[in-house]
Design a protein around this ligand. Structure first.
Ligand code: ZN
Length: 286
């Protein structure tokens, strides 16, 4: 299933448009995506009548252009992000692969949806295409083998980064420089985990104003999705709706020669195999 946030309400992506789940089910299912996460099995059985599994690339493109698409999850209890989690990206940043997942947060007020307008806040505003995990059930100390069972689904994300603020100070602290308004777009919708055989075998791409800068695969992750979920749940309790940005592959602006940062008017087109395409546009700060 593909579950979208349309004007704050959960909707099923179908050939021809979005179906409001609470309305179409006469209130059997809740109207928020987060509340739905605990009912995915029943929802899947109910949704089978609409035949949404037959959606092709063209239909998905048409759906992804909908201006109403909001962030897949609007108010997660927690957002985690993992730094330097692709081998070739760590190398382009001139750093070694971390020995343990490098964890920071993107504050929740930075979340945005499809077609986000993202302010260029400094001359070192950078892109990072990322696979985003949405947790489906409360989890504590889950093993690597069981970790994917607590994942509700996946979406496409951008970990927009103000490198100036991110690297300011010693030691550097990542969270604030990655949390300006609209710096965390996620979308276009949640693709449920049953549709994703292996989250570490997906192509991931990012085009800036039509030029491809990132073209990689989630196979290059230092720590797999299962390892990240297991690691986090060993320390904190994960809750339904929690969001995890799993790191960005090689090809960010800072890694270019010369470096290439975002300017107002740039478009960011981020795609992950099977999960859709996320569109953002860079604007002057207001
Ligand atoms: Zn990142």
């Amino acid at each position: 299933m593909r579950i979208a946030n349309i004007n704050g309400r959960a909707a099923l992506a179908l050939d021809g448009g979005f179906l409001d789940i609470a309305e179409a089910s006469d209130g059997r299912f809740p109207s928020s995506v987060t509340a739905l996460l605990e009912h995915l099995e029943a929802l899947s059985i109910w949704a089978a009548q609409f035949g949404e599994a037959t959606l092709g690339a063209e239909e998905l493109d048409a759906l992804a252009s909908d201006e109403r698409l909001g962030p897949v999850i609007e108010r997660p209890r927690q957002i985690f992000a993992i730094g330097l989690n692709y081998r070739l990206h760590a190398a382009e940043m001139g750093l070694a692969n971390p020995d343990a997942p490098m964890v920071f947060t993107k504050f929740a007020s930075s979340l945005a949806g499809q077609h986000a307008l993202v302010p260029v806040v400094s001359q070192a505003t950078d892109w990072e295409a990322e696979l985003v995990v949405v947790i489906g059930q409360e989890a504590n100390g889950v093993s690597v083998d069981d970790a994917l069972r607590v994942v509700a689904g996946y979406c496409v994300g951008q970990d927009i980064s103000d490198r100036a603020l991110q690297m300011k100070g010693s030691p550097a602290q990542f969270s604030l420089g990655k949390s300006w308004r609209n710096f965390s777009p996620i979308g276009p919708w949640l693709t449920t985990a049953d549709e994703v055989v292996n989250p570490n075998n997906l192509s991931i791409r990012c085009d800036i104003s039509g030029h491809r800068f990132q073209d990689s695969t989630t196979e290059d992750m230092v720590f797999t999705v299962a390892e990240i979920v297991s690691y986090l749940s060993g320390v904190v309790t994960l809750y339904p709706g929690d969001v995890i940005f799993t790191g960005s592959p090689v090809g960010v602006g800072q890694g270019q020669h010369p470096q290439r940062f975002l300017v107002p008017g740039d478009t960011i087109t981020t795609s992950i195999e099977g999960l859709g395409t996320l569109y953002c546009t860079m604007v002057e700060p207001s």
